[in-house]
Design a protein around this ligand. Structure first.
Ligand code: ZN
Length: 106
């Protein structure tokens, strides 16, 4: 979902700006798709299960995946010890996403 947008974006700054936002949108769509039928059936447990599951997954992705500021590489965690600290491609230090980051101009 939206991965092509991230891959097509020109600069690492853009990639880092887009990645968390697209992850949120890409999670909200299946969450709505799977929870709305349950809500219409008044099956609150099933709806809650879907929303908590998707929410947790989104949180895990955003807290463990990093986008390199320097080269734009998307660095996924290699083990359960949390997010990678350095870029596997260029070795630059990886910083967490900030949803308050301003929109890059380039
Ligand atoms: Zn890098």
């Amino acid at each position: 979902m939206g991965t092509w947008l991230v891959l097509r974006s020109r600069t690492p700054a853009w990639k880092k700006y887009l990645f968390p936002r697209l992850t949120l949108v890409g999670s909200a769509i299946p969450a709505a798709f799977f929870s709305v039928p349950s809500l219409l059936r008044r099956d609150w447990n099933a709806a809650l299960f879907v929303l908590v599951g998707v929410g947790l997954f989104t949180y895990l992705v955003l807290s463990t995946v990093r986008v390199c500021d320097n080269c734009g590489k998307v660095a996924e965690p290699r083990d359960l010890n949390g997010p990678p600290k350095n870029c596997p491609k260029c070795g630059a230090r990886l910083l967490p996403f900030g949803l308050s980051d301003s929109r890059p101009s380039a």
